[in-house]
Ligand binder design. Structure first.
Ligand SMILES: NC(=O)c1ccc[n+]([C@@H]2O[C@H](COP(=O)([O-])OP(=O)(O)OC[C@H]3O[C@@H](n4cnc5c(N)ncnc54)[C@H](OP(=O)(O)O)[C@@H]3O)[C@@H](O)[C@H]2O)c1
Length: 300
């Protein structure tokens, strides 16, 4: 129900904060089988979303809300870019939910926990894909969504919508496995402006090997469950399987947008710092992405 009639707005079983590529993709799937609230950054964007935007081949008219006319919801999924997490978490809290879960890349659970103190919060992972296309969104392939224990109800709602989702008891290990992919593939794709598969080829390959060799021991010490050889095989397999895709960090750089380098490589560097380990190659790629990002911003 649109916020034109806020007093009549029902409590939603699920809300998504962040009406971008993945948020719209998930909301459109969920809305086909039940009510879902989609929270946009502004009232103006919420009005556009209520009027309808293309999601895949169809026009999706969302139950969309801006920050000033929020409904309530049982569960909230946060799907903003990592640098917007704190603001999105404040919005999530205002929905008076039973729990808040992120499916963002990078590591953001501490930010969520800081804002939503006292509520169950968690961070899962998803390999669902979607990208922005004008005012709308195009799906970029189905994947799997893993949620932390305690978010069984969210897994069930996603499952009803045909999104492959389950609670993963070893969610910390799964998150570190995803982070390993992201710290190795994303910065190289963005710096060299190549599709994922090319990070395995020269001249990217020596850097790929160095990033992997530096990251593995740090993540392993934090709870990554993969041995070194298995981790290497997994990252190579993902780079090959998504060989023609443009990593999100490359898409951000090409579009002149801010990247998620701080929540991805920055999280790894923070862990390494706590362990007293230097990661010179990761530090170098983070600096390079920062320079590329700044140069690409409007007015640079
Ligand atoms: N896209 C994928 O295939 C994919 C796959 C796996 C994981 N992820 C992760 O999922 C997260 C979202 O990615 P995305 O590709 O969907 O990003 P996106 O297209 O940039 O969407 C993010 C959306 O959040 C909105 N937003 C920002 N702050 C907000 C706030 N305080 N309240 C409400 N909405 C707010 C943004 O609005 P504006 O447009 O006004 O900024 C934007 O529409 C990222 O962490 C990404 O790494 C994405």
């Amino acid at each position: 129900m649109p916020p034109d009639t806020p007093h009549a707005t029902p409590r939603y079983p699920l809300a998504i904060v962040g009406a971008g590529a993945l948020g719209l993709h998930f909301a459109a799937r969920l809305a086909a089988v039940g009510p879902v609230a989609l929270v946009a950054r502004s009232e103006a964007r919420a009005a556009e979303l209520r009027a309808g935007v293309p999601v895949g081949d169809a026009i999706f008219r969302a139950d969309a809300f801006g920050p000033d006319h929020l409904p309530t919801a049982d569960w909230v999924i946060v799907l903003v870019k990592t640098y917007d997490t704190a603001a999105a978490a404040r919005t999530a809290l205002a929905l008076r939910p039973r729990g808040v879960v992120s499916l963002q890349n990078g590591l953001v659970e501490d930010v969520l926990r800081g804002v939503c103190a006292g509520l169950p919060v968690g961070q899962g992972i998803t390999t669902e894909g979607a990208f922005r296309d004008g005012a709308g969104v195009k799906p970029a392939g189905a994947g799997e969504t893993l949620l932390p224990p305690g978010f069984e109800a969210v897994a069930a709602l996603l499952g009803q919508a045909g999104i492959v989702a389950r609670v993963e008891p070893q969610i910390v290990a799964a998150r570190f496995a995803k982070l390993l992919m992201n710290v190795v593939i994303n910065p190289l794709a963005a710096i060299f402006r190549v599709p994922n598969g090319a990070v395995l080829e020269p001249p990217q390959r020596p850097l790929f090997d160095a990033l992997l060799a530096e990251a593995w021991p740090v993540l392993r010490a934090e709870g990554l469950a993969l041995g070194e050889a298995e981790a290497r095989e997994r990252v190579i397999a993902v780079a090959r399987a998504t060989g023609a895709n443009r990593a999100s960090m490359l898409q951000d750089v090409l579009a002149g947008r801010r990247t998620e380098i701080e929540a991805i490589t920055g999280s790894l560097l923070a862990m390494a710092g706590r362990q007293g380990v230097e990661l010179p190659t990761h530090r170098a790629v983070a600096a390079l992405v920062g320079v590329i990002e700044a140069a690409g911003r409007p007015g640079a």
